[in-house]
Design a protein around this ligand. Structure first.
Ligand code: ZN
Length: 137
């Protein structure tokens, strides 16, 4: 069902402040910076071997990331699992009695389809399911 860890999401107050640590100290290549309207965040992707780190900066106080930082501070926010056929995976998860945060996949960074599994159903970890654009299941 799960192909790999696609990326690890990290909540930060400011990309501008956080990025030099990743690019200059860890020397990770910066792949892209983009704004994701649906989540009210600006994200930066850094390559780490064949997976990625996604830094998430809130663009509004209403952003789920702003609320996360307010409650828990900066830090690891979610683990994204690369899947094919996200809708089928969501149906399967729901059929096992687990909660998804949304019923339909949303369009996330890079045009991927994404959906989050509720951390109450996963022993405290926020998992994102992520189907890359153009990938067929
Ligand atoms: Zn993510």
């Amino acid at each position: 069902m799960v192909k790999k860890v696609d990326h690890i999401g990290v909540a930060v107050q400011s990309l501008e402040k956080a990025l030099p640590f990743y690019t200059e100290v860890l020397k990770l290549p910066l792949l892209a910076i983009e704004e994701v309207e649906s989540e009210k965040v600006k994200v930066a992707f850094l390559q780490v071997g064949d997976t990625k780190i996604e830094l998430l900066e809130p663009t509004s106080n209403e952003s789920p990331i702003a609320k996360f930082i307010e409650k828990r501070g900066e830090g690891i926010h979610h683990i994204a699992l690369g899947v094919e056929s996200i809708q089928e995976r969501m149906n399967e998860i729901k059929s096992k009695g687990l909660r998804m945060i949304q019923d339909e996949p949303k369009i996330g960074a890079g045009g991927s389809k994404v959906a989050f599994v509720h951390p109450k159903s996963t022993f405290g970890v926020l998992f994102e399911l992520c189907e890359k654009k153009g990938m067929k299941g």
